[in-house]
Design a protein around this ligand. Structure first.
Ligand SMILES: [Zn+2]
Ligand SMILES: [Zn+2]
Length: 251
């Protein structure tokens, strides 16, 4: 098994004005995968020292704006600057809706009409579809985020579980926790009920051994402050990820 380094390009929710939107870069086996591609990734990758032209593999969890508003930029940048098409792993039922969002700005070019496939090497995934990269198998799973809307999480057995945007699926987490080193889970961190997301109170119901390997992401701007996160991490067995924070997962 190959070692894996994951780095948060952003940890903010949709209404983040002081931090980048939630996205994670995983580097392993001579390749990489970026989960979601908000526009803030361009700056984050520059800060991290990973050229945008080197992005080859992106997985899209769902079509909320904070997760895809950099997909036009990446498509254009890759085509114009490096002449390449990044691979886009995405649920098969989201391919046409994604193009509906992108096409007003990407269909017409000075060289004629374009389709999504001119910009990206699309890998459509069925429900629960898997794909392999650099010797690692990634399993997608449907999440319970907004009723009627398709959203996905990602499981890399041996390495991590990534909730995507989701309410808490405690049974699934308990069933897979033993097989991963870390669980990256969204948490809105507001002291109120938000029906489409997970609260800290929800996560505190998890067994202690699961909480200890759970890292929180996709939170609101109050915790953009590193001091607030440090204080939280001291007081809880769950920990919060920060922007450009990396975690090394054993091979
Ligand atoms: Zn989101
Ligand atoms: Zn969402």
């Amino acid at each position: 098994m190959t070692q894996m380094k994951v780095t948060f390009l952003g940890t903010g929710d949709m209404f983040s004005f002081e931090q980048h939107h939630n996205s994670m870069l995983a580097e392993f086996g001579g390749t990489h995968l970026v989960i979601d591609f908000p526009e803030s990734n361009a700056r984050a990758l520059k800060e991290y020292g990973f050229p945008l032209t080197d992005i080859e593999n992106v997985f899209i969890t769902h079509l909320h704006e904070d997760h895809i508003n950099g997909v036009q930029l990446l498509g254009y940048y890759s085509q114009i600057v490096s002449g390449r098409r990044p691979r886009l792993y995405i649920h098969e039922a989201l391919v046409d809706p994604l193009w509906s969002i992108l096409s007003p700005g990407m269909r017409h070019t000075t060289d004629g009409e374009r389709t999504l496939h001119d910009y990206y090497d699309i890998v459509p995934l069925p429900d629960g579809g898997t794909f392999e990269l650099g010797g690692v198998t990634f399993e997608t799973f449907r999440t319970t985020h907004v009723p009627g809307m398709i959203s996905n999480g990602l499981l890399a057995r041996g390495y991590f579980d990534y909730s995507g945007d989701s309410t808490l699926d405690q049974d699934r987490l308990i069933a897979t926790a033993d097989e991963v080193q870390l669980i990256f889970h969204e948490c809105h961190m507001h002291d109120l009920v938000i029906k489409s997301h997970t609260s800290l109170q929800d996560l505190q119901q998890l067994p202690a051994e699961i909480r200890q390997k759970t890292v929180l992401m996709h939170y609101h701007d109050e915790y953009a402050d590193a001091g607030k996160r440090a204080a939280f991490n001291q007081a809880h067995d769950l920990q919060m990820a920060g922007q450009l924070q990396s975690f090394v997962l054993r091979g």
